[in-house]
Design a binder for this molecule. Sequence first.
Ligand code: GLN
Length: 242
Amino acid sequence: MTPVEIVLVYQSLLGIYGDRGNALVLRQRLLRRGIDATLTVVEPGDEVPSTGSLYLLGGGEDAAQISAVRELKADGHLFDALDRGAVLFAVCAGYQIVGRTFTVGDHDEVIDGLGLLDVTTRRGSERAVGEVLSSWTRPDGTESLVTGFENHGGFTYLGPDAAPLARVEIGIGNCGDGTDGAVQGNVLGIYPHGPILARNPDLADHLLERALGHELDPLPMPELDELRRQRIEAVRKSGLRR
Ligand code: GLN
């Protein structure tokens, strides 16, 4: 069987908080289940493959965001891959650039994004910095917690074609409206780093299941469950003081 290709896009531009770890987690979760998977790392100037099953964008500074949008539009292959049914998961700056527009700099210059998610981002009333705790609904209707940390000045507002990905218990998320992230078809974006998929294995498996088109066997990792339990407890204790 052809290996599942995970494509890590422009991490030298968009990967300031170790978001490349998301790619390692996804690949490992497949390999540990006996599913062959490859990781393709694409830097600006390289051609983005259109053969991938799951594409990843991470966080970054304003200037890097502008460069990334320009390169991705000029390359065009990410759009082809999504048309074929690939999944895109974007974190923070990556999330902002897949939207319709975002603003940068002291004069709030408006930059066109990739237009893959019906969201717009503009400078928020405060900088969102700290731990976030939210929950999202699995396809079977059950809830799963998301833990991570956020650090963004842009606030994101959803249009009618995008649905919120998670409901925030602690933290700011999209814009302080109680939501974080967005989903529209096969494109998902959210604010927290961590890397978020290392902290949240359910979310990692959800992305893989969407990309593969079938459910995966459980992958029990009790030590990870215990780390998550401790972190969530600590965030809930300290979150009240945020
Ligand atoms: N530059 C963006 C902002 O500040 C994204 C930051 C990030 O990716 N952490 O809103």
